[in-house]
Unconditional design. Structure first.
Length: 495
């Protein structure tokens, strides 16, 4: 089945027909009722609605509880160290006294702080600084967790080159830290075929097995042992990210394997869980990770803030880097100057973080119940997929991300041409049809590359209290299904 002999021909044809695809998508939006809903929201001054409230480029509206707490605290006088202490004690209430917290202004600032304080070699003292290396699985979002060192081996040297708005030292490659390398390790069961209009290897991870990946990870750790200072990975829990293989408690085995190897080499394992929920999602106690970093303005619904949670021993240096570990004359906590003081989150961010953490700690159903409802809507609406492409779609709930993963990499199984897979380079080049096409329909798109689409609650699909607005969510999913059908028609894999 399929109109084209080679996938490059298919992607070339899609590129030539982008305008036609978007025109059909726009007409479909009118028929479905999306255009009317967008207009109604705009008339009320509420902007658009869309497929996710989990990206920093278009954060979700704040819930009433977050706004109310922040407004109340805005009128109070309290030292910032006091707010940080409130966050620390909530973390200890959930994970135990052996864990600590360090708020920052963004998740990316949190990753930088962790790598500066835990992975990067020291530069002070006599003589030349040594080189250090940290290990990262070859997975999605590599420009975040794997972007802070020069890639090893050299075949990956330009892996993040196009993932930004500019090149060179002012772009993604310019954030690499002094004397730090990233050892990139492919995973057992993964495929890294080239796909997309901007043709590039994509990590297809639905068949990754955690224990089967141990040997390769350990071999690389042993090979680089004299220089090894850490491990990193994404903190998600769905198949498309490589974490569908879980133990009886639902903990991804791959994350446990990485933590186990890191412990063997006495180096920290830092998890990038930007699009995740503290307390509800990735459980740092069960995985054994040393530190985990969150973007609190994504799934949690906080104001702009990042948060590092980790074991007390590694958190000493993270908090030192933020000027929070204690005054020089001696105290448990302070709010002073240090190497990463530019990442200071400020009062508004801390208040939003506290309000969101209180909900996650005391009323997690507020976050998880809309996911259950959204999952049912997605499964139902995806029955409208063209029968020729239905096989190979996997739908997975993610309470961690308040999302549902729609993974379709298995549509390419057995050598057949499947639903078009767009690379992350397509996203940055504006040639990812599943993202830009949603924009052409009038909605805000979600992350939709590497055969993986994450749909989450929040972008005007929740009310002010945090409850799902089912009709609006359903409209968004109907639009996504229509776009997939239209694109697959132009790809020559269905009528």
């Amino acid at each position: 089945m399929g109109k084209f002999k080679y996938k490059t021909q298919m992607y070339k044809h899609l590129h030539a027909n982008i305008a036609n695809i978007y025109a059909e998508a726009k007409e479909a939006a009118k028929k479905i009722g999306i255009a009317d809903e967008v207009k109604a929201l705009a008339d009320k001054g509420l902007g658009q609605f869309g497929l996710t409230g989990g990206v920093s480029g278009c954060p979700a509206p704040l819930r009433d509880d977050v706004l109310a707490f922040s407004e109340k605290e805005a009128k109070s006088v309290k030292g910032l160290a006091g707010y940080v202490e409130d966050i620390r004690y909530m973390v200890k209430d959930v994970y135990g006294d052996g864990y600590d917290a360090c708020p920052v202004n963004t998740c990316e600032a949190g990753i930088w702080t962790c790598y500066t304080s835990m992975f990067a070699p020291p530069v002070q003292g006599p003589g030349e600084s040594y080189r250090a290396r940290y290990i990262a699985p070859l997975e999605k979002h590599m420009h975040h967790q794997a972007g802070y060192g020069r890639p090893f081996p050299a075949k990956y040297k330009d892996i993040v080159a196009d993932r930004g708005s500019t090149a060179g030292e002012l772009g993604m490659m310019g954030k690499r830290q002094y004397n730090l390398d990233t050892v990139i390790v492919p995973l057992a069961g993964a495929r890294y075929d080239n796909h997309g209009i901007k043709h590039f290897p994509v990590p297809m991870l639905a068949d990754v097995k955690g224990e089967a990946s141990r040997a390769t990870l350990e071999a690389n750790a042993d090979r680089h042992a004299p220089y090894l200072t850490g491990f990193t990975s994404i903190g998600y829990e769905t198949p498309g990210y490589g974490y569908g293989d879980k133990d009886k408690e639902g903990t991804p085995i791959l994350q446990k394997v990485i933590a186990d190897i890191a412990k063997k080499y006495n180096v920290p394992y830092v998890v990038d869980c930007a699009w995740g929920l503290p307390f509800v999602g990735h459980n740092i106690v069960k995985t054994g990770a040393d530190a985990i970093v969150y973007s609190m303005d994504k799934a949690t619904g906080s104001s702009l803030c990042g948060l590092i949670i980790g074991k007390e021993d590694v958190m000493v240096n993270a908090r030192r880097a933020m000027g929070m570990h204690g005054d020089r004359y001696g105290s448990i906590a302070s709010y002073g100057k240090a190497v990463n003081v530019a990442f200071d989150p400020g009062k508004e961010a801390l208040c939003g973080c506290i309000a969101a953490l209180k909900v996650l700690k005391d009323n997690p159903k507020l976050m998880t119940e809309p996911v259950d409802q959204m999952y049912d809507i997605i499964v139902e609406e995806f029955k409208a997929l063209d029968p020729a492409i239905k096989d190979g779609f996997i739908f997975t709930k993610s309470y961690n991300s308040c999302a549902v993963e729609i993974n379709y990499e298995h549509t390419w199984k057995a050598g057949k041409m499947g639903v078009p897979i767009f690379s992350i380079e397509d996203m940055y080049a504006n040639t990812n049809i599943f993202q830009s096409g949603v924009g052409a329909m009038g909605m805000v798109p979600t992350i939709a590359y590497d055969g993986n689409i994450y749909v989450s609650t929040g972008l005007n699909t929740l009310d002010d209290k945090g409850a799902l607005i089912p009709n609006r969510m359903r409209l968004a999913i109907k639009g996504l299904v229509a776009l997939i059908n239209i694109t697959s028609k132009y790809a020559g894999i269905c009528d």
